[in-house]
Design a protein around this ligand. Structure first.
Ligand code: ATP
Ligand code: MG
Length: 364
């Protein structure tokens, strides 16, 4: 304890998109390379993905490699970060089982992210129990690795709060055992919850409104040119709105001033472009063309790296296998601590055997 440890991850429900990149992935790579962390665990949350995809296990299975390729192409380095698969660590399920006793049904029902996700999946009348309880399973994932820091998007805030409550409850009932994690949200407001290309509140694999890290150059361009913008900005001369306009939110998330000189020299910084759009006289097509160039700048190196990693798929699975071994050892350690604290360590507790024996054999 006393070390700096990261745990975060993604559900293998699809390839990773630019929302993941700005919400968490980009930050992870920076943190990984900062040298400030003793351990970094990056989890492919297949067991969690199955909680709302039980009837579609093929989707989850096939996307494990896609997420792993996205990780590696973005610069997560298996020499510095442990990449692993959730279902391969049975200790996580065991921890979750004990934590379930520390959480009430009404507390889970209040979780705003779960509420929104239930609505999105039309689960209202038939929520799978596993899905309903996934915040508890997430607390198991985080605490199993003694994570101090969890870099994620804003939608994960309720999960972190739930985890902190479980840690607090566990420690007060069984004694100081678990580490309470801190959430690390993106500093850039546009990255907290990147909207979809359709203008919906969140770019999400399940909504089909994504620009994927692995999309071809042509696909990215097509998606950008078809993006939702300001619906009141009908003519180029009309004044436009940048607030809530996904094209400008993406620019806030991805644009660097130096891109203007190369791709749009009429302006020297994003604020100038925004001012012109707000005044009127700047057309959506011009802004979208610029956004396309900005995104391609970010995505080109990722695409190139992916092409290399794709040549060695067995090697990528091997990285995950080795990572899962390392992760299991860490989780097993925590589970031992938890079982000792809960006093369900019957066979390794000599005091217990002695005292029970004394009850019946005074001389023992
Ligand atoms: P699903 O629809 O299957 O839930 P998802 O697109 O929401 O998929 P997750 O795997 O649930 O992706 O989320 C992984 C990480 O990416 C989390 O840290 C989450 O906060 C972050 N994230 C996901 N979508 C966005 C987004 N649009 N903007 C910022 N961060 C995001
Ligand atoms: Mg999600």
């Amino acid at each position: 304890m006393g070390s700096n440890i990261i745990l975060t991850g993604d559900r293998p429900t699809g390839k990773l998109h630019v929302g993941h990149f700005v919400g968490s992935l980009r930050r992870r790579v920076e943190l990984q390379n900062s040298g400030e962390f003793d351990k970094i665990f990056i989890m492919i949350a297949d067991a969690q993905a199955l909680t709302d995809n039980a009837e579609n296990p093929g989707k989850v299975r096939d996307n494990i490699i896609e997420v792993a390729l996205d990780y590696l192409s973005c610069g997560l380095d298996p020499a510095k970060s442990t990449l692993f698969i959730q279902s391969q660590i049975p200790e996580l399920t065991e921890l979750c089982f004990y934590y379930m006793n520390l959480v009430t049904v009404s507390r889970l029902q209040r979780n705003p992210t779960v509420k929104a996700e239930i609505q999105m999946r039309n689960f209202e009348a038939s929520i799978p129990v596993g899905f309903f309880t996934y915040p508890i399973s997430q607390a198991a994932d985080i605490t199993a690795f003694d994570a101090t820091c969890v870099p994620v998007g804003e939608d994960q805030m309720p999960m972190l709060e739930q985890t902190q409550e479980i840690v607090h409850k566990f420690n007060s009932v069984y004694g100081e055992t678990l580490v309470s994690p801190k959430i690390l949200l993106p500093e850039n407001k546009a990255c907290l919850r990147l909207p979809g290309t359709d203008g919906k509140a969140k770019m999400s694999k399940s909504l089909g409104n994504c620009i994927y890290l692995s999309d071809t150059e042509a696909d990215v361009k097509k998606k950008v040119m078809a993006m939702f913008t300001d619906p009141t900005h009908l003519q180029v001369s009309d004044p436009g709105h940048v607030e809530g306009n996904p094209v400008f939110i993406y620019l806030d998330a991805f644009c660097k001033d130096e891109y203007f000189a190369e791709y749009c020299p009429d302006y020297s910084c994003l604020q100038e472009m925004k001012d012109h759009y707000t005044r009127g006289g700047l057309g959506d097509v011009k802004v979208k063309k610029f956004l396309n160039n900005v995104l391609q700048e970010t995505l080109n190196p990722i695409r190139t790296a992916r092409e290399e990693w794709q040549k060695d798929i067995p090697g990528v699975y091997e990285i995950l296998r080795k990572g899962s071994e390392v992760a299991e050892a860490a989780a097993a350690n925590t589970l031992d601590r938890v079982k000792n604290a809960m006093k369900i360590n019957y066979f390794s507790d000599e005091e217990l055997i002695k005292s029970q024996s004394l009850k019946y054999n005074a001389e023992a």
